[in-house]
Design a protein around this ligand. Structure first.
Ligand SMILES: Cc1cc2nc3c(=O)[nH]c(=O)nc-3n(C[C@H](O)[C@H](O)[C@H](O)COP(=O)(O)OP(=O)(O)OC[C@H]3O[C@@H](n4cnc5c(N)ncnc54)[C@H](O)[C@@H]3O)c2cc1C
Length: 447
């Protein structure tokens, strides 16, 4: 296999994954005498906390994603390769790419994040999409919007339509955000758009196996989140384990629920790249790392973000954006220390808090810094909005997202209500026959 040629004799840093952690590591290395190669299988960095807003048609994909190449274009010591790492040879310090090329490294930074886990029921994946990438978000958007369109069409043709039941599985932040936003769409945004159906009669059900939603949050905030969801019309079912999913139904707590669209927000597992290191992994596939973010016995390899299992004060640091970004910044500091021959600084996570939104004007927030507080309702939502706009990459994105939110907030319109791709829904009882020519035309459409 071809090894990509070396440009200089400076240390080579290969960063795999340009999510929050990898990107911050790359940006932190900008002014160091190293050659950086960023490898990502996708050409864009995605701001995942706002994916649900793409999935529910508030924002467009380009509002929350930006080409990695353009983010790093001013960084003279950095090249970007769109490729996937498929093997790591730690003794010879090389990674293999799907394209067949190899990259040699002096430092390897692994930041490939996490993916959905269907707890061994992978056959559920096509019936209940999860939310991790822009592609996932546009698929969810397609399914949710298509359900209303098919209902309207069937109403015109047959005078009735199946119940518009949307089932969200998993009551963590993503499930809560999705359920709240679907309810908003049905109750507020769609209400004047259809002549034959009443979107506000849709049901949104949130199924959670544990006793409360947002189980990682303090109990008072879980209770407030559940109350806010109920006010929005979401039916919250806690202590409800899902035992089966099929086209058009979900089986939970011993009964079968009709579900025109089923969404999965119940489990995550670390990217499979951790296995390539040969290290012992935790039960979610994360790589245990020490104070300098190295797996045992591999001081020139750093594992960051959702892929890392880093413990502080006896607890694993959560798989959210802040630790990922802080780890990215820290790796750059460690490499700088190495170059100076100084001692490596130990990583310490600085927890500023967590927040989750519920619909268009409520949220819950556990604030840890600059003061400690539990917030809910509209003040928490304003805080959430400010923080998320602040962390969006690029001025254009911040401006367009802010404008889209204000516009939607005041006018009840949705800017990105586009259905692209297949016009069939796994849960719809009367599927139109597949039309290969139409399918081919759909694939050619640009988002
Ligand atoms: C829907 C959703 C909502 C969220 N909401 C919040 C929130 O509100 N607040 C919060 O703090 N956190 C939130 N999170 C979590 C947060 O987004 C993650 O913790 C964070 O993205 C982790 O960063 P990372 O750099 O480890 O991985 P990621 O950001 O996932 O980036 C991983 C990168 O690696 C690339 N990659 C993967 N495998 C390979 C490979 N083999 N070769 C090359 N490239 C590869 C991927 O393309 C991707 O670009 C949310 C996550 C999701 C999915």
């Amino acid at each position: 296999m071809a090894e990509l040629p070396r440009q200089t004799t400076r240390p080579r840093v290969v960063i795999v994954g340009a999510g929050f952690a990898g990107l911050r590591a790359a940006l932190g290395l900008a002014h160091l005498p190293v050659d950086v190669t960023v490898v990502d299988r996708s050409n864009h960095h995605t701001f995942q906390p706002l994916l649900y807003q793409v999935a529910l048609a508030v924002l467009s994909p380009a509002d929350i994603a930006q080409p990695i190449r353009s983010i790093l274009r001013k960084q003279a010591n950095t090249q970007v390769l769109m490729d996937e790492v498929v093997a790591i040879d730690t003794p010879s310090r090389r990674v293999s790419l799907r394209s067949g090329a190899q990259l040699a490294y002096d430092y390897l930074v692994l930041a490939t994040g996490a993916t959905h886990s269907y707890f061994g029921k992978d056959e559920w994946a096509p019936l209940a999409p999860g939310l991790k990438t822009i592609e996932d978000a546009t698929e969810i958007r397609r399914q949710v919007l298509l359900a209303f369109e098919l209902a309207e069409r069937q109403m015109v043709e047959q005078g009735s339509h199946p119940p518009l039941n949307f089932v969200v599985i998993g009551g963590g932040p993503t499930g809560v955000e999705l359920a709240g936003a679907i309810s908003d769409i049905a109750q507020l945004y769609m209400r004047h758009d259809f002549r034959h159906i009443d979107p506000s009669k849709s049901r949104v059900m949130l199924l959670e196996g544990s006793p409360r939603v947002l189980a990682a949050y303090p109990p008072d905030l879980s209770a407030k989140a559940e109350a806010a969801l109920t006010r929005l019309g979401v039916e919250v079912h806690t202590k409800t384990q899902v035992t089966g999913i099929g086209p058009g139904w979900v089986e939970a707590a011993g009964s079968r629920i009709d579900a025109i669209v089923t969404l999965w927000a119940a489990g995550v597992q670390a990217s499979p790249l951790g296995k390539l290191l040969g290290a012992t992994l935790d039960r979610r596939g994360c790589v245990p790392v020490d104070r300098t973010l190295n797996p045992a016995g591999l001081p020139n390899i750093f594992v960051l973000g959702d892929l890392a299992h880093f413990e502080q004060n006896g607890h694993q640091v959560p798989g959210v954006a802040q630790p990922a970004m802080q780890m990215g910044d820290h790796v750059a500091r460690i490499i700088a220390a190495d170059l100076k021959g100084a001692q490596r600084p130990a990583f310490r996570y600085f927890d500023k808090g967590d927040m989750a939104t519920i619909g268009r004007m409520a949220a819950v927030a556990k604030v840890e810094w600059p003061f400690k507080a539990h917030m809910s309702g509209f003040p928490a939502w304003i805080t959430w909005l400010t923080v998320h706009i602040f962390f969006l990459i690029g001025f254009r994105n911040r401006l367009s997202v802010f404008a889209a939110w204000i516009w939607n907030y005041l006018t009840f319109t949705r800017g990105a209500r586009l259905i692209t791709g297949d016009q069939r829904l796994p849960g719809w009882p009367t599927q139109p026959a597949a039309d290969p020519a139409a399918d081919a035309r759909q694939k050619e459409r640009v988002l």
